[in-house]
Design a binder for this molecule. Structure first.
Ligand SMILES: Cc1ncc(COP(=O)(O)O)c(C=O)c1O
Length: 424
């Protein structure tokens, strides 16, 4: 008898792992939620599974991206900066040109389309710095759904301009006085609201975190970034990038920037976290570099916590990276050796932001400037034919009061005093 040996070669596809996941990515992820929330979250999961492969939904999403946010966003080679550094070529994918100033609008548009399909009557969201709240309030106005946005009292007071934008767009912004009065307390308040209104409400979540399906779903809504990036890189440079860099708060812009490159191992993917002031507890927000495995806010991943598992305060000069957890998908990709992690300190970030402004004329969001700071660090030692793409997740207008305090403190105080006097 003739024996035939069939060797099955299993080719690992990270994209398939994410697409076909039941919510677990290795040991990370899951759906750790109170029983009362299960029907609501499972309804979202069912709707997302029905929509993601539906060509009508895909068309609707594409059209909304174009109509509302002007996609595709620009791709810009930073020739002056690359020449100045004398090594690899650096280019940015300018997500800062999106409506409301950052990539956040991508998953806000996706989720509101889904909420509409599900017949939901109101939107619940939480926000720390206010960027996600701003994008949420904007899509809620356009799609005619009322929204309630929770914000820790501390953030509510220090991010007043964003509260103003949200309210101008018609959102109800509720300050939260529990706990440390910051983002985590706002998340808990949003979940409480959902527990009380599970039937008519949709929780519009702001990153690739939270219980399943949110990490995979927001990755799906953000993947347009790497799809466009791949095409534009080939158009401008005739090749794929050698490196893709993205800052990491919760991980939505990084997942968007990495997704379409995940199965090409020649392309190095690097997540850049907030190195803050130092690597001491409470002085940074580097979860992958310094966090511990834990379960919080509905998912299992790396969190900044003390030895008893209590969540630690975080620090970053950029409000959007100032968060204690990280996407379970990124935690998994790091464990698999597919995504490397590094961090940039507050000082390196400010220097990078200033250099880019003066050499190229682009003022990046402080979050995005972390990724650029890392590019500035590695580019000089790389050959000239290597290409680094930095995902410029947002533009810097929103950081006016933070960067001006760093670069022109006296002038800022003077200006504010004068404005107060004139309005008294
Ligand atoms: C411009 C910008 N980039 C990055 C982030 C970090 O979020 P994520 O890691 O989900 O992209 C934020 C969050 O507010 C942001 O506003």
């Amino acid at each position: 008898m003739h024996h035939c040996n069939i060797t099955v070669i299993l080719i690992m596809s990270f994209k398939n792992t994410i697409n076909q996941s039941n919510g677990y990515f290795g040991e990370f992820g899951g759906k750790y939620i109170p029983e009362v929330l299960r029907p609501n979250i499972e309804e979202v999961e069912k709707a997302f599974n029905e929509c993601k492969d539906d060509t009508d939904f895909q068309q609707e999403l594409k059209l909304a991206f174009k109509e509302i946010s002007g996609r595709p966003t620009a791709f810009t080679p930073l020739r002056n900066l690359s020449k100045h550094l004398g090594g690899a070529q650096i280019a940015i994918k300018n997500e800062g040109l999106n409506h409301t100033g950052a990539h956040k609008i991508n998953h806000c548009i996706g989720q509101i389309l889904l909420a509409k399909k599900m017949g939901k009557k109101r939107i619940i969201a939480e926000t720390g710095a206010g960027q996600h709240g701003y994008a949420t309030a904007s899509v809620c106005a356009r799609y005619e759904l009322p929204c309630t946005i929770y914000m820790g009292r501390v953030d509510y007071e220090r991010q007043r301009p964003n509260v103003y934008w949200m309210e101008l767009l018609g959102a109800e912004v509720i300050p939260v006085d529990e706990g440390k009065k910051t983002l985590n307390d706002a998340v808990i308040a949003a979940f409480k609201d959902l527990v009380q209104n599970p039937e008519d409400s949709f929780y519009l979540l702001g990153s690739a975190v939270g219980p399943h399906p949110y990490p995979a779903m927001n990755t799906y809504f953000q993947k347009i970034v790497s799809e466009e990036m791949k095409q534009q890189s080939n158009e401008f440079y005739g090749k794929n990038p050698d490196y893709v860099l993205a800052c990491v708060g919760g991980g939505s812009n990084a997942m968007g920037a990495f997704y379409d490159f995940l199965d090409d191992e020649n392309i190095k993917l690097i997540g850049v976290e907030a190195g803050g002031i130092s690597s001491k507890d409470k002085e940074h927000a580097s979860k992958v570099s310094f966090g511990k495995l834990g379960i919080f806010e509905g998912y299992k991943s790396f969190f900044l916590q003390d030895n008893d598992g209590n969540i630690l305060p975080t620090h970053s000069i950029s409000a959007g990276l100032d968060y204690c957890g990280v996407s379970p998908i990124l935690a998994y990709l790091h464990q698999q050796g597919r995504v490397d992690f590094s961090f940039a300190t507050d000082d390196e970030t400010l220097k990078g932001l200033q250099l880019c402004a003066q050499k190229e004329g682009f003022i990046l969001a402080l979050e995005s400037a972390h990724a650029l700071a890392h590019a500035i660090k590695i580019a000089p030692d790389l050959p000239k034919d290597k290409l680094i793409i930095v995902n410029a997740s947002g533009r810097g207008d929103k950081d006016l009061f933070i960067t001006m305090k760093e670069f022109q403190k006296e002038q800022m105080i003077e200006y504010m005093k004068k404005t107060i006097k004139e309005n008294e």
